[in-house]
Design a protein around this ligand. Structure first.
Ligand SMILES: [Zn+2]
Length: 242
């Protein structure tokens, strides 16, 4: 006959108290479960469940235009190179006087990885007495001679024309349309401190005439924000709701 060891005795002796403890734990779980269920019902009834929404910051879509007005300064190489690193589509508004003085820079720009829309920015870029609005200016010559100068530099001339200083009276717009060209304005002239918004046509000078820091600030903006640079044509079509 098996002898009961002292350990087994102790074990047998503990059985009733273990049973009591087990019953207590079971009851405790039941109570907690019951209370949790009640709490769920109360909160569930008073606050309808709101589906979780993913918060995403919107993308700002812009078109970039950079003006090459006559200048004795070097072009904004850093800006052009940065835009090239993005393979950006940009519009370059060029005056004949700039082309004639900066042919090496023009060749450097052509070698960059940019999809460029070349825009006529007038030949001599008059500024005195209200820019091209000045009645003494031969407007037709400013437009058409620059087309020739651009072509002589092997540029594909687009339909767009940018008025120097963005200054254009109604009569000049009519004359421009008769010559078959389309006025190109801008929404965010960075040198004037205008802010960039979704759908903005950016104007930044690429001829070295911009105030110190404007180009760097723009590059930093492009680095720090969700910005999509889209072709000028696409952006203008969207603006017209096409
Ligand atoms: Zn200009």
């Amino acid at each position: 006959m098996k002898q009961i060891t002292s350990n087994e005795k102790q074990s047998n002796n503990r059985k009733p108290s273990n049973l009591k403890q087990g019953t207590f734990v079971c009851c405790l779980f039941l109570v907690i479960g019951y209370l949790t269920g009640c709490l769920f019902l109360v909160t569930g009834c008073s606050k309808p469940e709101v589906p979780a929404t993913k918060v995403t910051s919107p993308i700002t879509k812009i078109a970039i235009t950079t003006d090459l007005c006559p200048s004795s300064k070097p072009y904004e190489a850093k800006l052009f190179k940065y835009l090239s690193s993005l393979k950006a589509p940009i519009a370059v508004c060029v005056s004949g006087r700039w082309l004639e003085r900066h042919e090496k820079e023009l060749e450097a720009i052509k070698k960059l990885d940019l999809d460029i829309t070349w825009v006529n920015h007038s030949y001599s870029h008059p500024v005195s007495d209200d820019f091209l609005n000045n009645p003494k200016v031969n407007f037709r010559y400013e437009v058409l001679h620059n087309v020739n100068v651009m072509r002589n530099h092997h540029l594909t001339v687009s339909k767009y024309f940018r008025f120097p200083g963005l200054r254009h009276k109604k009569q000049r717009l009519i004359e421009l349309a008769k010559m078959g060209y389309v006025n190109l304005d801008a929404d965010a002239w960075l040198g004037k401190g205008e802010s960039i918004k979704n759908g903005s046509v950016i104007l930044i000078h690429g001829n070295g005439n911009e105030n110190k820091g404007v180009a760097d600030k723009f590059i930093n903006y492009l680095k720090a924000n969700k910005v999509e640079i889209i072709p000028l044509d696409s952006l203008l079509s969207k603006k017209k709701g096409l």
